[in-house]
Design a protein around this ligand. Structure first.
Ligand code: GLN
Length: 546
């Protein structure tokens, strides 16, 4: 019989509930408990696929083609296991199922209500996941903040599960914040008291509290929280800011999050944290730094490109270097050509995923500049496509070459719609999505990097390389060295005679994990580190000769 840990959040969003959920699950996994995570998103969208990453955060793609909340990416990175689309539930999915059932006549004669019909469906989905994955513990994270109207049916379902399964099989972990105003200099507990009151109002008494803050929570503050919330002081866990998210499991373990969970749920403790901690330690500051320019639109929102940022961090960790990412707004490049030369100062350029025409000319110019100036370059999905457009224009001399996504009437559609996309009219869940086998040709840089003829990578696109131009590209040194779907889709681009100029139609970042960094990212950061060293070499030589 599976056990459930329900993670809720109080006070405000952005406390890092996803990292705490992942870390608690990781600690259980490391102590020999089989575990999975489930993210509940209380919005009405069916999935995250149609949401704007600049407002909601990145859309994470699972191997089975789910377009999910970015927390699913955290779960995969921490647990180092693949999740599926069923690890993410939204209100939209629940309501759709209930309404479909109603149309089929499953509730004949009844009026269909939030309680019990919607809550029953929520419980069914939660239990089906735990039982299907045959795990001992399912950690269920509820998005949003206690008090949101949207999350009420989910919290009510959790309350019912406590009634049905008892305290030895359900545990409530509430994440809150102890803010500190610099003038007062004290970590305040009142917001936490209020958010627990809000929980109790709907019938839930937290069992464990995790308190975020800029520094460790003093003992008196813990006692105070215990007094006001009826959570024993030893179950109030301090979670101050740390240098890397991968240090959070060890932090929470040291702060004592496991004993109260183990006691209540009757879980064993075997295994060791050593291997994980060794991996996590690589994420603390290094002596060397590489500077990477990421060129995009609204480019400064870290959450919109979490997986790319994380994959770069994983690759930095194994290369023993910090990767410092700077955002360059592609529209600034369009407005003023001189902004383009900013990128010459970087050790590498990443052109990430994207959609639509805005800012595209700036991105194409950046791809071209990285090629001409011999700066290591990695193009991801749209970045891969736009790098080929830039090569078509500047090297093949194909004037007006473009992707038909940007210019449907281009004389040279080097990037064009996937044939099966022509009949697609709905926008939700209809791209080429999820894991596909990619076959690498040899000899190639790609094969040197992956050391395998077959890899599995995740996708999310409607457009692809138009292979009628393949020969022209190859004649000028831009090679396509990996394919999928019986050679119908080009997957990797590499440029001869350049220190590192590669692009992938797939999204390598979705499968990169601290314990398993993605090879093309590792090679890219390695090339950036080499450029950083080489550029410092003359300076060092000068110093030595002095
Ligand atoms: N807009 C491009 C396409 O649909 C690239 C998508 C992406 O970068 N994920 O093919």
């Amino acid at each position: 019989m599976p056990k459930y840990i329900f993670v809720t959040g109080g006070v405000m969003s952005g406390l890092g509930k996803g990292i705490i959920t992942s870390s608690v699950a990781k600690l259980l996994q490391l102590s020999g408990v089989s575990v999975a995570c489930l993210k509940i998103d209380p919005y009405l969208n069916f999935d995250a696929g149609t949401m704007n990453p600049y407002t909601h955060g990145e859309v994470f793609v699972t191997d089975d083609g789910g377009e999910t909340d970015m927390d699913i990416g955290n779960y995969e990175r921490f647990l180092n296991v693949d999740m599926s689309k069923s690890n993410n539930i939204t209100t939209g999915q629940i309501y759709k199922k209930v309404i479909d059932d109603e149309r089929k006549g499953r509730f004949l004669g009844k009026s269909v209500q939030i309680i019990p019909h919607v809550t029953d469906e929520i419980k069914r989905r939660i239990r089906a996941l735990a039982e299907g994955e045959k795990v001992e513990v399912l950690v269920v994270e509820c998005g949003g903040t206690v008090g949101d109207i949207e999350s009420l049916p989910f919290l009510e379902a959790f309350r019912q599960m406590r009634m049905e399964d008892g305290a030895s099989r359900t545990l409530f972990l509430h994440v809150s914040l102890a803010p500190e105003l610099s003038v007062v200099g004290e970590m305040k507990t009142k917001p936490t008291q209020h958010s627990v009151q809000e929980m109790r109002r709907i019938g839930i008494q937290p069992d464990v509290m995790v308190i975020r803050g800029s520094r460790p929570l003093p003992a008196e503050a813990k006692e105070k929280i215990a007094l006001f919330t009826s959570v024993p002081a030893e179950s109030v866990v301090s979670d101050p800011d740390v240098e890397s998210i991968y240090l959070v499991p060890r932090l929470l373990e040291r702060e004592g999050v496991l004993p109260p969970i183990r006691r209540q749920l009757g879980l064993k403790a075997k295994g060791s944290m050593r291997a994980w901690n060794a991996v996590a330690d690589r994420f603390v500051r290094h002596e060397s730094t590489v500077k990477v320019a990421m060129v995009g639109k609204y480019a400064d929102l870290a959450d919109s490109y979490v997986s790319v940022n994380q994959a770069l961090a994983h690759a930095g960790a194994v290369n023993d270097t910090d990767v410092r990412i700077s955002w360059i707004e592609s529209e600034d490049i369009e407005k003023d050509e001189s902004n383009l030369h900013q990128i010459d100062a970087f050790d590498g350029v990443v052109l990430p995923q994207g959609f639509g025409g805005r800012g595209v000319e700036g991105k194409i110019a950046a791809a071209n500049r990285a090629r001409v100036a011999q700066i290591p370059f990695l193009g991801l999905c749209y970045g891969f496509q736009l790098a080929t457009v830039s090569f078509a224009r500047h090297v093949l001399g194909l004037k007006g070459a473009n992707s038909t996504e940007v210019d449907p009437k281009t004389p040279h559609p080097v990037i064009d719609l996937l044939p099966e996309q022509r009949k697609v009219s709905d926008l939700g869940g209809t791209m080429r999505l999820g894991g596909h086998d990619v076959y690498i040709e040899r000899p190639s840089r790609a094969f040197e990097i992956y050391r395998s003829e077959k890899i599995r990578e995740r996708h999310r696109h409607r457009y692809e390389l138009n292979q009628t131009y393949l020969k022209k590209f190859e004649e000028k040194g831009m090679r396509f060295t990996a394919f999928s779907d019986s050679r119908r889709r080009a997957e990797i681009m590499e440029l001869e005679g350049h220190p590192f100029y590669m692009g992938t139609q797939y999204h390598p970042e979705y499968v990169s994990r601290p314990e398993r960094p993605e090879p093309i990212y590792v090679a890219f950061v390695g090339a950036c580190a080499k450029r950083a060293r080489d550029s410092k070499a003359p300076e060092r030589r000068r110093q030595l000769s002095r």
